[in-house]
Design a protein around this ligand. Structure first.
Ligand SMILES: [Zn+2]
Ligand SMILES: [Zn+2]
Length: 173
């Protein structure tokens, strides 16, 4: 989404994430969790049962949708349920001169799935190319790969995970 929409929504997205976490772990859902666990046990080891909470946005003008959050509950091999975590994590890009913010693994241009951008440098859905129409916008020194380590314009290798960012893929904010 564009920068203006992002600024209006960022805080609320993280609040929604917290509320969902609270809800999924709450005593009110105990019965639901135990029924999901029961279903998992009845189906046996071959299957896992999941309950997913997806928050997405739909852009009616471009007719495309984007998943912002995906979290839930799933059964595990101990016959119980655990939380599935897919916490909100977003990346800024510059696409054709405009700042766009989308979750990792998505295309900032068409919102389609685009995984491992530094290896697959062309969006499989719309064909924009990393390093050409699309660049990663880094306005912090946080590593876009592990989000824990640090890297910078002068030292493009992450001090934690060792990920090295190709300067031609990046715009420094
Ligand atoms: Zn695309
Ligand atoms: Zn890193």
């Amino acid at each position: 989404m564009d920068q203006e929409s992002w600024q209006k929504s960022e805080e609320l997205i993280y609040e929604i994430e917290d509320s969902l976490d609270e809800l999924l772990d709450s005593p009110e859902l105990k019965e639901l969790r135990s029924k999901i666990a029961e279903l998992g046990r009845q189906l046996g080891e071959r299957y896992s049962v999941g309950l997913n909470c997806i928050v997405d946005i739909m852009d009616w003008e471009k007719d495309q949708s984007l998943q912002l959050l995906n979290t839930g509950i799933s059964t595990n091999d101990t016959g119980d349920t655990g939380r599935t975590w897919n916490s909100a994590s977003f990346q800024k890009y510059v696409v054709n001169g405009e700042i766009q913010i989308v979750p990792h693994d998505h295309c900032p241009g068409c919102w389609g799935d685009w995984l491992f951008k530094s290896e697959n440098t062309t969006c499989p859905e719309c064909g924009i190319e990393l390093g050409k129409e699309c660049k990663i916008l880094l306005d912090t020194d946080e590593c876009p790969h592990c989000e824990k380590g640090k890297l910078s314009m002068n030292d493009t290798k992450c001090d934690q995970c060792g990920y090295s960012i190709d300067p031609k893929y990046v715009v420094w904010g």
